[in-house]
Design a protein around this ligand. Structure first.
Ligand code: ZN
Length: 170
């Protein structure tokens, strides 16, 4: 989740030296981090949501950051971008045995995409009571009518993830 939070705040495409500073809050005293880190997100203009897909052996396959404003694409959510990149990297659309970690509860579109990808596990940070589709408003990921239901671990580092979003909207 630390990695997803880092992606949310710095974006996946910035040079390594740029992310070195914002990475520091991952260390001890990290609670003070989000305030400073969010400046980067403000520059990018997109709501800071980050996602990471890990392969069956735990290696990082792909990352995604919300790029809706950046790209003008209504579907450019962090989860969708990370899923697409992970599938491209694996050379197949099925992401069995993979895990997606995202800083915010997925929306209906992303939850649908996660089900379609056959991903095994979904871990998310902050709850999204207004649009969440992983337990808040809907529970697309665990709908028994669907033939695939990933394991869901909600609310991981919830406070830290929520703080980054609150800081952005303030
Ligand atoms: Zn979404």
């Amino acid at each position: 989740m630390r990695r997803a939070l880092e992606i949310a705040v710095t974006g996946p495409d910035l040079p390594a030296d740029t992310s070195a500073g914002p990475g520091q809050p991952d260390g001890p005293g990290g609670a003070g981090g989000p305030g400073g880190m969010v400046e980067g997100a403000g520059v990018l203009g997109d709501v800071p949501v980050g996602a990471v897909v890990y392969g069956p052996d735990g290696t990082e396959l792909a990352v995604g950051r919300n790029e809706r404003e950046l790209t003008g694409d209504p579907t450019a959510h962090a989860e969708v971008l990370a899923l697409r990149r992970a599938a491209a990297r694996l050379g197949r659309w099925r992401l069995d045995d993979c895990t997606l970690v995202v800083t915010l509860e997925p929306c209906t579109m992303c939850a649908g995409a996660l089900v379609l990808s056959r991903i095994s596990t979904v871990v998310f940070g902050a709850w999204e009571p207004k649009t969440g589709a992983a337990g808040s408003l809907w529970d697309v990921l665990r709908d028994r009518r669907l033939n695939h239901r990933p394991e869901v671990y909600p609310g991981v580092l919830e406070a830290e993830n929520a703080a980054v979003l609150r800081a952005f909207f303030r």
